[in-house]
Design a protein around this ligand. Sequence first.
Ligand code: GLP
Length: 260
Amino acid sequence: MEVVILPAARDIAAVAADAVVALLARTPEAVLGLATGSSPLGVYAELSRRHAAGDVSFARARGFLLDEYVGLPADHPQRYRSVIRRDLEEQVDFAPGAVQAPDGRAHDLPGACAAYEAAIAAAGGVDLQLLGIGTDGHVAFNEPGSSLTSRTRIKTLTAQTRADNARFFDSPEDVPRHVLTQGLGTISAARHLVLVATGAAKAPAVRAMAEGPVSASCPASVLQLHPHVSVLVDEAAAGELALSAYYRETYSAKPAWQGL
Ligand code: GLP
């Protein structure tokens, strides 16, 4: 795991966007794993800007969302499918149908989860997976206690996650209790994981993820078992890291050719 401490959210967005642009230059048909929440918004804005400048095309790329609420109406603005359409797809040049999400409105939810796993496999797996982290250490919607080898399935949100996400809804009670989410095993199968986190509220979760024990109590700690993980954090989110001096030294001496 490489931890990169950067001054501000715009620096994180630039470094993450560099990795996506380099991947698409190497492999135009790459498969991107797309996270929602506030954390990746700067990355999507930067990718949109670079697309407008003619620096990157998504025309042959495909995308898979991490997760989706169960039961929100098709036109609900907070459906993750709608959020990604608004924040990324409509800003760049994905082909129609190139981005998929778990179907949180399916009649047969286990069937929808199995179909989603099959679709990711049929696409050849995810090349670069963007991730955020919840204040309770969740990634996607894998709450504490999630199996470290889990696949896409239905989960129940914790009260903490529902409270954290209430800002996107008219009232806290409107936050759905159930979600479909890629499992920790699904996420771990992606070839490169890029996790972004900003702000002091994320500092305890970032420390538990990077420096705590590998444990279902902090689902994001499963990233310690992955061979290629880039954790991009600002100073505030890095505030509780014990090895921050080492991470800074490593990144400042990193060979330019290496990329993330
Ligand atoms: C949400 C999403 C996660 C996200 C996390 C943090 O509930 N399901 O994918 O990483 O919680 O969200 P934010 O980036 O808004 O802090």
